[in-house]
Design a protein around this ligand. Structure first.
Ligand SMILES: NC(=O)c1ccc[n+]([C@@H]2O[C@H](COP(=O)([O-])OP(=O)(O)OC[C@H]3O[C@@H](n4cnc5c(N)ncnc54)[C@H](OP(=O)(O)O)[C@@H]3O)[C@@H](O)[C@H]2O)c1
Length: 335
């Protein structure tokens, strides 16, 4: 049985879920692809663990067994792996440590699966060139709305079509907060607190409620699947921070549902893209999005309009999106 090593950089919520799920699916990979997928290394910001024979889920739960200092370049030199899964923090200004890990991995002919968004927002095009030059895959479903298919939808299901417009609810947290305000009668602070209690919102919610999260996902989707060149600092961006009780009352009276959406429109005239708080009538598919569900509507010249709803935010769903990418890589490797 051919062994296949997987390294994970960033071993927090998502990284751990990926490791657990990988172990559960290991037998299936053997049967379906004829490969023995094993985790050969994981690292956090200050420590890591490598073993070419594979690290069991039980061993990976033993944080104290991690080797201090085995992170960054040291980790990348020590680990023997065919695939890198990057689940470190998202640094939207510089790409952060993730960018360094990804560059190093691709140069070493490792396939890369990315959950963190920063490196993709800042340097996607160069990473794609690096992957192509080294004949490996760079996939990032986990960073592009995870359980909601976005890039895959355009690149596979709508392959070959001309995409005229995209409109998408990409952040589950903002959808949850808006729903709680409209349906649950909470003000924005109460709705945010509830989202945090349920583990949907981060302790620092700025990134979600000011529209940065939606913007970064839209950039990843548009720049990869549509070949665009959007930048975080120049993308027009609205958030939901300033939504007031008066706004909510007006939406209720008019019977519309507010949604924070990322959009690209290249139907006529100059291309427009941005993040806007839009209103939808009750018969629009976006109006019915419950909880932290997401959605994407794609308009193509040849196939008309396609809308996908679902992909609620959760760590297990994100981990599963990473392993969806792994399935594609295994298909490629073993074809
Ligand atoms: N949670 C989700 O559902 C979700 C969904 C989509 C995308 N994402 C993205 O996925 C990434 C991980 O999310 P998470 O929820 O798992 O976050 P998390 O629990 O905070 O985990 C991130 C981990 O990265 C590690 N790290 C920090 N600096 C590092 C470095 N220089 N080298 C290696 N590891 C480093 C941290 O390790 P230490 O503990 O050692 O500092 C931490 O354990 C984020 O970029 C997030 O935006 C998450």
């Amino acid at each position: 049985m051919r062994p296949l090593g997987v390294a994970i950089t960033g071993f927090g919520n998502v990284g751990r879920h990926v490791a657990e799920m990988l172990e559960l699916r290991r037998h299936g990979y053997r049967e379906r692809f004829g490969v023995d997928v094993r985790i050969t290394g994981v690292c956090g910001s200050a420590a890591g663990l490598v073993d070419s024979n594979g690290l069991s889920a039980k061993r990976l739960q033993e944080r104290p067994a991690f080797t201090p200092g085995l992170s960054g370049d040291l980790f990348m030199s020590a680990v023997r792996a065919d695939i890198l899964i990057d689940a470190g923090p998202s640094d939207y200004r510089t790409g952060g440590a993730s960018l360094t890990y990804l560059r190093a991995a691709l140069r070493r002919h490792m396939h890369a699966l990315v959950v963190s968004k920063g490196a993709l927002v800042t340097d996607l095009r160069n990473l794609q060139h690096l992957a192509a030059a080294n004949s490996v895959s760079l996939r990032f479903s986990g960073a592009a709305a995870a359980a909601l298919p976005t890039v895959d939808l355009i690149e596979h299901n709508l392959a070959g079509t001309k995409v005229l417009a995209i409109e998408a609810v990409l952040t589950g947290t903002t959808n949850f907060i808006l729903n709680e305000m409209l349906q649950g009668g909470l003000d924005i602070h109460e709705a945010l607190r509830l989202a945090q209690e349920k583990g949907i919102a981060e302790p620092d919610p700025t990134f979600d409620i000011d529209g940065w999260d939606t913007a970064s996902k839209l950039i990843i989707i548009a720049n990869s699947a549509l070949g665009m060149d959007l930048h975080l600092d120049s993308l027009p961006r609205q958030g939901i921070r300033s939504v007031s009780d008066i706004d909510v009352e007006q939406w209720r009276t008019r019977g519309v549902a507010p949604r924070l959406v990322g959009f690209v429109n290249r139907q006529t005239g100059p291309v427009r893209a941005g993040i806007e708080l839009r209103e939808y009538p009750q018969n629009h598919p976006f109006a019915g999005l419950q909880g932290s569900m997401k959605a994407i509507r794609v308009l193509t010249e040849e196939m008309g309009e396609l809308t996908v709803l679902g992909g609620a935010s959760s760590t297990p769903a994100t981990a599963a999106a990473v392993l969806k990418d792994l399935d594609h890589v295994l298909s490629r490797i073993t074809a």
